[in-house]
Design a binder for this molecule. Structure first.
Ligand code: NAD
Length: 249
């Protein structure tokens, strides 16, 4: 049950994959956890396993104009927002020459513009309440070059730059901003990218010193740490959670 000392986190894309695992970690740690996603049914199924500390909000974050109203109602319904995890994201695997301007823009809208707009609106609430913490999610695609994911790479590289820019501007105001760079984590998204491409999968595993794919819960642990008081002096970092993939030979 929520009490006056219960902290609140908003996790975007919290109905599946990494976002769901992040939400589960926060709920287990006693946080009121609001999962935001496009699919009401998926969100309801996710909530079922988490109980009353989990709340669901259906929204398509690529509709940027709706975000200010969404955040206003989040504040009114659930009180102060202590942490925001910008996890929702989309990928597209296509040859460079086949990527249309619309494809490119679609990825950028969800992975970058929605992160900016949602963060800006949530920061307004965080400033009123005296602080908070934001966690962005990037990718190995911003650590080294991966073919056939040009728009995704551009988007995740932007996320790392935005994390640093937000951290220097917002940390003096009591808002820490950090980023997690997941390695290859077993979810629907990575399955789509790797399962029909054994050569790519072999390449991934060949440069992952720990020799296995990560679990969504590995990212959940890191997100909970970065949002917690244990990370109280950490801001502006990009934390790889990748089994060593980013430094693998
Ligand atoms: P996923 O496809 O399982 O989950 C993504 C979630 O985001 C889904 O619930 C989806 O509905 C939601 N979402 C997408 N667009 C949205 C929108 N416009 N509005 C609201 N919700 C939206 O993928 P995942 O693997 O769990 O990825 C989560 C995050 O982690 C993404 O940002 C992804 O880029 C990043 N990531 C994943 C991996 C991996 O190996 N799986 C690696 C690096 C980074």
């Amino acid at each position: 049950m929520k009490t006056s000392t219960t902290k609140t986190v908003v996790v975007t894309g919290g109905g599946s994959g990494i976002g769901l695992a992040i939400a589960q970690k926060f709920v287990a740690a006693g946080w009121q956890t609001i999962i935001v996603g496009r699919d009401a049914q998926k969100l309801a199924a996710a909530k079922e396993g988490m109980g009353e500390l989990c709340q669901t909000i259906s929204a398509d974050l690529s509709d940027l104009t709706a975000i200010p109203e969404l955040v206003k109602s989040l504040g009114e319904q659930f009180g102060p927002i202590d942490a925001l995890v910008n996890n929702a994201g989309i990928n597209m695997k296509k040859e460079f020459l086949d990527v249309t301007d619309t494809d490119f823009q679609t990825i950028l809208t969800t992975n970058v513009s929605a992160v900016f707009t949602l963060s800006r609106e949530v920061v307004k609430l965080m400033l009123q309440q005296g602080g908070g913490s934001i966690i962005n999610i990037s990718s190995m695609a911003s650590q080294y070059g991966i073919p056939k994911v040009i728009a995704y790479t551009a988007s995740k590289s932007a996320i790392e730059g935005m994390t640093r820019a937000m951290a220097v501007e917002l940390s003096p105001k009591g808002i820490r901003v950090n980023c997690i760079a997941p390695g290859f984590i077993a979810t629907d998204m990575s399955a789509k990218a790797l399962n029909n491409d054994p050569e790519r999968k072999a390449k991934v595993m060949g440069r992952t010193p720990m020799g296995v794919m990560g679990k969504p819960s590995d990212i959940g642990e890191a997100a909970l740490f970065l949002a917690s008081d244990a990370a109280g002096y950490i801001t502006g970092v990009v934390l790889p959670v990748d089994g060593g993939n980013s430094i693998g030979f």
